[in-house]
Write a protein that binds this ligand. Structure first.
Ligand code: AHM
Ligand code: MG
Length: 335
C-alpha cells in the first residue's frame, strides 16, 4: 500500500493548515465536521432504495420546487453536525428562505457556512449521482451572532469550498485556496482517503454539458456557440462530446477531470439563469479557478458578483479555461 493511500482528510487538512502559524485549529475542525456530515448523508443515500425515504414530502422549498425527503434529511444532518460546534456564526442553505441562526444555547464562531444539501435531487429516484455543495466564509459583521451580511459576501472572499458526490463511490473534493484535492470514502474504515491530489482541469474542453432542450429560449450568442462546438474542426478538437446528467456536481466533476465546459445560461424562462450564486456557482467557481479553469456569468467572473439576495441566481459558464473564454466571446457578440 502506498503512503498516499494513508492520507486521511483530517491529516491533509491539518498539514495544510500547519503553514499558517496563527491557525487555531477552528477552521481545520470545521472542514472535518463537514466530512463527518458527508459520511452520514452518504450512508443514507446508499440505503435510499431500501427504506421509506424516497419520494416527495409534499411541501415546496423557497424556490417553489418540490422537496424530497432526502433533501430534508441532508439539510438536517448538516445543520445538526454544525450547530453546536462553536465554529460557525450562522448558516444559509438552498432549502431555507432566511439565514439559519446558531441556537441560543450554543456559542458562535468565526465562520459562515453556505450549502446546497443535496443538489440534483430530481435524480434521486433514478439512482443517478447527486451531491452536497458547501462554501465557507469568514464572519465580517460585528457582534457575536452572524447576520445576512456575513452570507452575502462575494465568492472571492471564500476561505474554503467543496462538494461531495454520492456516485459509484463517495468522493469529497475541497479547496482551501491551496489547490483542489479529492478524497474517496473507504466504507470499510469510514474514512475519506486522498485519491485525487492537486486536481488540474485540462485547459481545453473535449466535453460540453448543457440542457439543449432549452435552445429555443437561449439568446442568439449562446445558440451560435453551441453550433460552433458541434462544427467539426481537427485543430480545435471539435466537435466536443455532449454529456449532460442534469446533476450539477456530477457534470462538474466529470468535466473537472476530463476537460469540459458546463453551461447553464440565462434563457427566456429563467432570465437570471437557474443556478444559485451562493450555494452552487460560487463554491464551484472557487474550485475551478484553483484547478486552473474559469467560471463566468458571460459578462463577469462569478467570484466577483456582489450578491444582494440569499437565493440570487446567475447564468453559469464553468470549466476549462479556453472553452469558457470562447463561450464568453460568443455571448458578448465578439464572434
Ligand atoms: P437543484 O438544486 O434543485 O437540484 O437544481 C439544480 C440542478 C443542477 O444539479 C443541474 O445542473 C440543473 O439543476 C439541471 O437543470 P435542468 O433540469 O433545467 O437541466
Ligand atoms: Mg442545487
Amino acid at each position: 500500500m502506498s503512503l498516499k493511500r494513508l492520507m486521511t482528510i483530517e491529516r491533509h487538512i491539518i498539514e495544510q493548515q500547519k503553514e499558517f502559524p496563527a491557525a487555531t485549529g477552528e477552521f481545520s475542525a470545521l472542514l472535518y465536521d463537514i466530512a463527518f456530515a458527508a459520511k452520514v448523508i452518504s450512508r443514507d443515500v446508499r440505503k435510499a432504495g431500501l427504506v421509506d425515504i424516497l419520494g416527495y414530502t409534499g411541501s415546496e422549498n423557497v424556490q417553489g420546487e418540490q422537496v424530497r425527503k432526502l433533501d430534508e434529511f441532508a439539510d438536517e444532518v448538516i445543520f445538526k453536525a454544525m450547530d453546536h460546534t462553536g465554529r460557525l456564526c450562522c448558516m444559509a442553505c438552498e432549502e431555507r428562505e432566511e439565514i439559519i441562526p446558531i441556537p441560543e444555547d450554543f456559542k458562535c464562531g468565526h465562520y459562515v457556512l453556505l450549502y446546497d444539501p443535496l443538489d440534483g435531487s430530481s435524480n434521486i429516484d433514478a439512482n443517478v449521482s447527486i451531491g452536497t455543495i458547501f462554501s465557507i466564509h469568514r464572519k465580517i459583521s460585528p457582534g457575536e451572532r452572524g447576520t445576512k451580511a456575513d452570507c452575502l459576501q462575494p465568492g472571492n472572499k471564500q476561505v474554503a469550498a467543496g462538494y461531495v458526490i454520492y456516485g459509484s463511490s463517495t468522493l469529497l473534493v475541497y479547496t482551501a485556496g491551496r489547490g483542489v484535492h479529492g478524497f474517496t470514502l473507504d466504507p470499510t474504515v469510514g474514512e475519506f482517503l486522498l485519491s485525487h491530489e492537486n486536481i488540474q482541469i485540462p485547459p481545453r474542453a473535449t466535453i460540453y454539458s448543457v440542457n439543449e432542450g432549452n435552445t429555443n429560449n437561449w439568446e442568439e450568442g449562446m445558440q451560435r456557440y453551441i453550433e460552433y462546438i458541434k462544427t467539426p474542426d481537427k485543430a480545435t478538437g471539435r466537435p466536443y462530446s455532449s454529456r449532460y446528467i442534469g446533476s450539477l456536481v456530477a457534470d462538474f466533476h466529470r468535466n473537472l477531470l476530463y476537460g469540459g465546459v458546463f453551461l447553464y445560461p440565462a434563457d427566456k424562462k429563467s432570465p437570471q439563469g437557474k443556478l444559485r450564486v451562493l450555494y452552487e456557482a460560487n463554491p464551484l467557481a472557487f474550485l475551478v479557478e484553483q484547478a486552473g479553469g474559469l467560471a463566468s456569468d458571460g459578462r463577469q467572473r462569478i467570484l466577483d458578483i456582489q450578491p444582494v439576495d440569499l437565493h440570487q441566481r446567475t447564468p453559469l459558464l464553468i470549466g476549462s479555461r479556453e472553452a469558457v473564454k470562447e463561450a464568453e466571446e460568443f455571448l458578448q457578440g465578439k464572434r
